[in-house]
Design a protein around this ligand. Structure first.
Ligand code: UTP
Length: 290
């Protein structure tokens, strides 16, 4: 398998769970401490040596592309004010990766969003990272998948164990563990009822795929919620040509879920030594008043 240099990051959804915050601001631009959600996702891709990012966007999301471009006016202001550290931070974001984008004109689901990027991917294997799923730990989550995909020469999907009461929110796999944390996928099912779930291994926002997935996506009929589900195409691909799954290590936050979004904010703020003490004091006082 060729090296993975491109990633598709779908960011075209409506973000209805996060309303009213997302009425005019994309969910992917909401801040987690001092950076927008999407910057953490792109940083993970960059750490895994991915060079080209393809955003699948809609008409209201151009601010996401702008975030990864130069802002010469702002840079001039920071330069003249001698704010060299902030200047370096702002420039670094523009220099992280190459950005391309494609419009998803109708929000027909994650599978459809991936299909929209077909012409930009062409012949090479590629990664998919869901734009509101944050993963943290030592080795970047997408890097863990790339390693297995290169070794096995097969598409790989990222999974994490979730409690049984949450399986109905995810695509769940049935897999044979061939080595610790690495599975050969037998089948998968989208949002199963608890009693029908084949395992607790949920598909969570990281994939390494080959371009034949587009042929499977072409044939998918709208499934759960009237959307073109990526899981349906993955299921067909796993049956036909095989697929691996990797139980990713590290932590995960779904930025579209308020409890997880707020926990991620506190987690990252606590990593900042300058803020940590003051934040803990404020939280302690606040909890005492509850
Ligand atoms: P989600 O289902 O979490 O996002 O999709 P959503 O649809 O924006 O949010 P809710 O459920 O209404 O709150 C996961 C990712 O896939 C993108 C979203 O932008 C998000 O980053 N997505 C989803 C698309 O690009 N297109 C779609 O049609 C659906």
């Amino acid at each position: 398998m060729k090296n993975i240099r491109k990633v598709i990051i779908p960011v075209a959804g409506w973000g209805t769970r996060s309303l009213p915050a997302t009425k005019n601001i994309p969910k992917e631009m909401l801040p987690i401490y001092n950076k927008p959600v999407i910057q953490y996702v792109v940083e993970e891709a960059q750490r895994a040596k991915i060079e080209d990012v393809i955003f699948v966007t809609n008409r209201d999301k151009s601010v996401i592309e702008d975030h990864f471009d130069y802002n010469l006016q702002l840079e001039g202001v920071l330069e003249r004010a001698g704010k060299t550290e902030k200047l370096a931070q702002v420039r670094a974001v523009a220099e992280m990766v190459n950005i391309m984008s494609v419009r998803q004109k109708k929000q027909l689901g994650l599978g459809h969003a991936v299909l929209c990027a077909r012409e930009l991917v062409r012949e090479d294997p590629f990664a998919v990272m869901v734009g509101d799923d944050l993963m943290f730990g030592g080795v970047p989550a997408i890097g863990q998948l790339i390693e297995v995909a290169m070794a096995e020469k097969m598409p790989v999907i990222g999974v994490m164990e979730v409690p049984f009461e949450k399986v109905s929110r995810y695509g769940i796999i049935d897999g044979l563990e061939v080595s610790p944390g690495i599975f050969r996928v037998r089948s998968m099912v989208e949002k199963p009822k608890r009693e029908h779930a084949p395992s607790r291994l949920a598909i969570v926002g990281r994939y390494v795929l080959t371009p034949d997935i587009f042929d499977y996506l072409d044939k998918v009929t709208p499934g759960h919620g009237g959307e073109i589900q990526l899981t349906d195409a993955l299921q067909a691909m796993a049956q036909k040509s095989g697929m691996m799954a990797v139980r990713m290590s590290g932590m995960r936050f779904d930025a579209g879920d308020w409890a997880e979004f707020l926990t991620a904010n506190i987690y990252f703020a606590l990593q900042d030594e300058d803020l940590r003490y003051e934040l803990l004091e404020l939280l302690k006082n606040f909890v005492q008043f509850q």
